[in-house]
Ligand binder design. Sequence first.
Ligand code: NAD
Length: 262
Amino acid sequence: MNSKAFEGKTALVTGAGSGIGRATSLRLARGGALVGLLGRTEDELQETLDEIQASGGEGIVLVADVSEAGEMEQAVERLVNARGGLHIVVANAGINGTWAPIDDLRPEEFDSTIAVNLRGTYLTLHHSVRQMKSSGGSIVVVSSINGTRTFTTPGATAYSATKAAQLAMVQQLALELGQYGIRINAVCPGAIDTEIDDNTRTRKQREAEVPVEFPEGDIPLTGGKAGTAAEVADVIAFLASDASRHVTGTPIWVDGGQSLLR
Ligand code: NAD
């Protein structure tokens, strides 16, 4: 992939203030893209922008909650008006939410995971695709090994359901959007070292656990060590670039082989 693969492109990254979203924003900006840094927390987004600008890149802070339709519409419009057009979208913002047995998981906990992970993905695509239809482009949805290959994380029912649904959306939309030259793919990370665990609530996980014993070496490529956000960002950059121009409707697991064992 050419080092300035994203020159002249405008990209939107949701959840750009930390973890995979921040690493992806830095990666796309390094390739020459103007990056719309969308998230809920302004100071985190500002830190991402400072880092981008320190290495000569360009970004715009877009404060919005991905589950709020009006905020998302305004944020996408602001980005498109900055330079005209939208070519790359990374629907990444997500939460683990509450992991608990199904009879203990409260309706409002279920709803909040669905609102951020699934409605948030829908709203991101809903407002972006209208802007991309005339030019074509690439969309990458950040799903997970949970819900696509792995079903052994105790109590992660709501989370897994959103991640499975994201992959279904990717496959459905690959057909719908092909005629506009818009590709859409998913990355499915395994354990990645980010801030996500700080925002995870767990209750009575033991009750939801099946006592399976995983083989030695939970993550075969690394001997159990979690991956990095930059490792996921590199795969997202590949899917966002012309190097993957004949790839659409496809999940790529970025997990060091973890999901094949679990
Ligand atoms: P993270 O917590 O470090 O980053 C998530 C970002 O999303 C944060 O900046 C947060 O402020 C933002 N965000 C959360 N809710 C939001 C909302 N309603 N509106 C706007 N922004 C919001 O987590 P991460 O690990 O980088 O997660 C990114 C994506 O990767 C998620 O979709 C997650 O499900 C997925 N993922 C992560 C892992 C992992 O092990 N870290 C594994 C598989 C999948």
